[in-house]
Design a protein around this ligand. Structure first.
Ligand SMILES: Cc1cc2nc3c(=O)[nH]c(=O)nc-3n(C[C@H](O)[C@H](O)[C@H](O)COP(=O)(O)OP(=O)(O)OC[C@H]3O[C@@H](n4cnc5c(N)ncnc54)[C@H](O)[C@@H]3O)c2cc1C
Length: 420
């Protein structure tokens, strides 16, 4: 008969995985449920999309992570509903009971209800989507060379919507690909026509960072030949053309939507538990109105005096909320629990080789030092020594050769696999 408290964690992202690690080999029974079989390091998805690193370098199978654990199990399943009155989770093919439930389901791409956009543009919220972008962009050039089209219709343009860190990093990486890699791979094509276009509703890129970072990143984008369209709202995309509120249109078969995320809320809660598509929690990450259900990471909405509008949806918050909750769960009495307080360590983004911007609480800097700092920090955060080495090796290889050999087109079925 099981006497240990049973803790079910939905989602093995930054928050869920950190919580499982904090509870590892402790006197609790832990079950992690995720709809994919691997933890994903999302900050480097853009490098998968541009063929810089292998997906396996930043994806870690849960079964391998928990191989040595004495108290943690993993189940590959999508959670459909929670029935709090019965302490029950309804998932695809199975049901799970719990003593404590932790929801760490993160976010998905927010297309703001535009179904056509959702079906035609690419999001970048999971490994599959990052690989799909790589396949699709490379297939564009393969088709063009077969058709001997010289692209005057502009359809090979790469349009990125949203100028937050993801949009800016993608734009920088694609423009380096255009300069250094594509002319070598496709020597008979003229890439002068290929435009990398970053569409932004704000006046400057990286609106969440300091004015210094915004000005410098705008300069970097210009240096790299990225067309930065500021103050523009994308309203429609039909697969061939992007339409903007101002009336402007851009031809493109390659549109990547990096303009926002929305929480993966699961059925079973009333609207009073949810705000801005996130679960409203107290300072212990407990969902309003429940004694044994918690939300951590991007899906948690916690107001504090320092963050009256909730915390930013970033990895640091997710990891530290998980650490705090894990330590609390292991305490003997609830009276010993500590409130969560976000310690903002700053933010950073890279816009290409030797170009990065860093905002730390005590200093802001840009340029090649910032770029090395960015690389070092990301290497430190990647799981497993093997993956750190693999990413480091790939980065060094492209640093010296301005190339990589990872531009594989791997399509999932026979129909898509044909060049048509
Ligand atoms: C492209 C990109 C770049 C980013 N870059 C940075 C960066 O540079 N720095 C930074 O701090 N942050 C960055 N972020 C944000 C950061 O990744 C998130 O803040 C962080 O992942 C949040 O962690 P989480 O655990 O809450 O959610 P996630 O890491 O998203 O994990 C959620 C997990 O839940 C699973 N899941 C969801 N729904 C279900 C369900 N119904 N059933 C079962 N499983 C489910 C998902 O498969 C996933 O594994 C980036 C995000 C993206 C998309």
């Amino acid at each position: 008969m099981e006497t240990r408290e049973k803790i079910v964690i939905i989602g093995g992202g930054f928050a869920g995985l950190q919580l499982a690690k904090t509870l590892n080999n402790k006197n609790k029974k832990v079950i992690v449920l995720d709809r994919v079989n691997h933890h994903m390091f999302q900050p480097l998805f853009y490098q998968v999309a541009c063929g810089r690193i292998e997906p396996s370098n930043i994806s870690f199978p849960f079964r391998k992570i928990f191989q040595q654990s004495r108290n943690t199990q993993f189940r590959l399943t999508e959670v459909k509903e929670i029935i709090p009155s019965q302490n029950k989770v309804i998932a695809d093919g199975a049901e799970f009971s719990y003593d404590k439930l932790i929801i760490a389901t993160g976010c998905k791409t927010n297309f703001f209800g535009n179904k056509e956009m959702e079906s035609k543009a690419f999001g970048m919220k999971n490994t599959q989507e990052a690989i799909s972008i790589r396949n699709h962009v490379l297939m564009t050039f393969e088709r063009l060379i077969l058709e001997k089209s010289r692209s005057d219709d502009g359809n090979w343009n790469i349009v990125i919507v949203g100028s937050g860190p993801t949009g800016v990093e993608l734009a920088g990486a694609f423009s380096e690909m255009k300069k250094e890699i594509l002319p070598r791979d496709y020597p008979y094509m003229n890439f002068d026509h290929l435009k990398i276009i970053l569409v932004s509703s704000t006046e400057k890129p990286l609106a969440v960072m300091s004015p210094e970072a915004q000005t410098q990143s705008e300069k970097y984008l210009k240096d790299l030949g990225v067309d930065f369209l500021s103050g523009e709202y994308v309203t429609e995309y039909d697969g061939d053309r992007v339409y903007m509120k101002s009336g402007k249109q851009i031809a493109s078969n390659n549109v990547i939507w990096a303009a926002g995320v929305i929480g993966n809320v699961i059925d079973g809660f009333s609207q009073e538990n949810i705000l801005k598509n996130r679960y409203i929690t107290d300072r212990f990450n407990k969902i309003k109105g429940f004694e044994n259900i918690y939300a951590i990471g991007d899906i948690s909405y916690m107001e504090t005096p320092k963050y009256p509008q909730g915390h930013p949806q970033v990895a640091n918050v997710a990891i530290n909320q998980a650490k705090n909750l894990g330590k609390n769960i292991l305490k003997k009495s609830n009276s010993e629990w500590s409130e969560y307080e976000y310690d903002d360590k700053g933010s950073l983004a890279t816009i290409g080789k030797h170009r990065a911007v860093v905002d730390l609480p005590f200093i802001k800097f840009q340029g090649f030092l910032a770029w090395y700092f960015w690389m070092f920090l990301h290497l430190m955060l990647i799981l497993s020594v093997r993956n750190k080495l693999a990413v480091f090796f790939n980065w060094m290889w492209s640093y010296f050769n301005k190339d990589s050999s990872l531009r594989l087109i791997i399509l999932s079925n026979k129909k898509n696999g044909t060049l048509q």
